[in-house]
Ligand binder design. Structure first.
Ligand SMILES: Nc1ncnc2c1ncn2[C@@H]1O[C@H](COP(=O)(O)OP(=O)(O)OP(=O)(O)O)[C@@H](O)[C@H]1O
Ligand SMILES: [Mg+2]
Length: 226
């Protein structure tokens, strides 16, 4: 098995805006080993969320290639990418993207039901307990605080036991104690199940817990540690 779970080569993203073409990522390279943890840092607008979307196969680059869990995403249509994501990827969006018509429990159960798991309800309940929301199972997203919605989104991303978890500011709306608890959960998953973590974060404590760190500035990779 290829030891790399994620490889990006010469990744660029160009978008068209009112001012004409705008390059928001300039030829990035990345190679991440299975089971590793990576923090992506950089100021607002530097291209972190754009990069995360490309790495996870949610969006296609303007140039360059991504290989995810041994599958090259180049030229694959949305259906095929969706199948690869369903098998390997968990994603926590910066904007959570919970389904408003489902309560917390049903949001977390959904990916498990899609997999046909008989223990969907039980497992969803357990995950929500682990993120501290055991008392909010029947709350709809509108009835949850921002940080609570974020924790439902994290529980949902864990649900299908992904090989690689992408999370965009997973502690962005949390107080430091709750953020620490979520960080502990992320790294427990990393240790226990070998889940690869790719985290966009402004949270220095979270970034420091990752084995590797890359910094973006205006769409360019300016630092990579170690
Ligand atoms: N579809 C688009 N069309 C035009 N510009 C875009 C588009 N998507 C992103 N951008 C621009 O690209 C830049 C990078 O955006 P991105 O969301 O990746 O930044 P970020 O590093 O995640 O910022 P933040 O920390 O604020 O979340 C921004 O300047 C943004 O305005
Ligand atoms: Mg962002």
């Amino acid at each position: 098995m290829n030891p790399s779970i994620l490889v990006a080569q010469n990744l660029s993203k160009v978008v068209s805006s009112a001012e004409g073409e705008l390059t928001i990522l300039h030829g990035l390279d990345l190679d991440l080993a299975r089971g590793a943890s990576l923090a992506i840092v950089g100021s607002s607008g530097s291209g972190k969320s754009t990069l995360l979307g490309l790495l996870a196969g949610l969006d296609l680059p303007s140039a360059g290639e991504v290989a995810l869990a041994g599958h090259s995403l180049a030229g694959l249509d949305e259906d095929r990418r969706a199948r690869i994501r369903a098998e390997h990827v968990g994603f926590v969006f910066q904007s959570f993207q919970l389904l408003d018509t489902l309560d917390a429990l049903a949001n977390v159960m959904l990916p498990l039901e899609l997999e046909g798991r008989a223990d969907a309800r039980e497992r969803a309940r357990e995950l929500l307990e682990r993120v501290g929301l055991g008392q909010r199972l029947a709350h709809y997203p509108k009835q949850l605080s921002g940080g609570e919605q974020q924790r439902v989104a994290i529980a949902r991303a864990f649900a299908a036991e992904p090989d690689i978890l992408f999370a965009d500011e997973p502690t962005g709306n949390l107080d430091s104690q709750t953020g620490e608890r979520i960080s502990d959960l992320l790294f427990a998953l990393n240790q226990e199940r070998g889940t690869t973590l790719v985290l966009v974060t402004h949270d220095e404590r979270l970034a420091r817990r990752c084995q590797r760190l890359i910094r973006l500035e205006a769409g360019r990779l300016v630092a990579s540690e170690p």
